[in-house]
Ligand binder design. Structure first.
Ligand code: ZN
Length: 291
């Protein structure tokens, strides 16, 4: 396991996992109000605070490039700032999909698989181009079957209608596969169902030559949920499913000294899970970038 070069100023941070190159892309920042749930704050000592007083969280997607497959997990792109969370939060784009792929040395036509961790719109904003055609014409797209109905039910919101249209365009091109349970995508990459964040939420596990990387998606949103896996910062989640999946994956990551990222970590978002005295803690590999 090794860390490549000084990429502190880059929006793309690469980790080498055996024969696989895992590039984490700093796609956007979200300024969130400092919500509390259950009397706890998700703001930890290392949470960057924006000038407007809201905390800044990231939106990070993953490129997994290996000898057999080029896999994108939750690839997203925005042209301009947008409001999210019914106007409570603002999302600011950092690097577009096309520029990120350019830096990764990946042609869109060479992408073999796209894995979508769950139905939320901040994970599905990079699937079709301005003409409505799939961005990755050769890729099979994997989306959790259990999240299809929640996505359809969310279309009352105009922005989510666009997302459903994108999914339907991918499906019409014969490129959509609905997943249930765990699925091996290549020799090194496996999708694992967790539920919790949404009924079908899934994480991505990379194993190559004894090295491992784990993309947790939204299994946690904040480091405080790693030190307190029973605490769920966001409302309307399946808390028991989250707790069970966190205990398993945090324990696995700590035991295997895996490279770990979660979608909304601040950039650069790679880190690791440490276990001591029966408790987990999160450690970022690098100091934060500033927007
Ligand atoms: Zn999310």
């Amino acid at each position: 396991m090794r860390i490549l070069g000084d990429q502190r100023r880059s929006r793309v941070t690469v980790r080498t996992v055996g024969a696989i190159r895992c590039g984490l892309v700093d796609a956007a920042r979200i300024h969130w109000p400092l919500v509390e749930r259950g009397g706890r704050s998700w703001k930890s000592a290392d949470t960057p605070i924006a000038p407007d007083g809201r905390a800044e969280v990231g939106v990070n997607w993953l490129c997994i490039a290996g000898p057999e497959a080029t896999i994108l997990v939750d690839p997203v792109s925005w042209k301009e700032p947008v409001q999210v969370d019914e106007g409570a939060s603002d999302l600011y784009p950092m690097i577009s999909l096309s520029r990120a792929l350019n830096r990764l040395g990946v042609e869109p036509s060479a992408v073999t698989h796209v894995i979508l961790t769950h139905w939320h719109i901040d994970h599905l904003a990079g699937l079709i181009d301005s003409d409505g055609n799939p961005c990755f014409p050769a890729a099979t797209h994997y989306f959790p079957a259990a999240d299809w109905q929640p996505l359809v039910e969310a279309v009352a919101d105009a922005s989510e209608e666009q997302i459903l249209s994108a999914m339907r365009a991918v499906d019409a091109a014969g490129q959509l596969v609905l997943t249930e349970g765990d699925l091996e995508i290549s020799e090194e990459v496996t999708i694992h169902w967790t539920g919790g964040e949404t009924p079908g939420h899934q994480v991505v596990h990379v194993v190559s030559d004894e090295d491992e990387a784990i993309y947790l998606g939204d299994l946690v949103h904040f480091p405080n949920e790693i030190s307190e896996p029973s605490w769920v910062a966001v409302e309307w989640r399946n808390d028991p499913e989250l707790r069970a999946a966190r205990e398993y994956w945090l324990g696995h990551a700590a035991t295997r000294a895996a490279h770990v990222a979660f979608t909304h970590g601040r950039a650069p978002a790679w880190g690791c899970i440490e276990a001591e005295g029966g408790r987990f803690s999160w450690r970022y590999d690098e100091e934060p970038h500033r927007a």
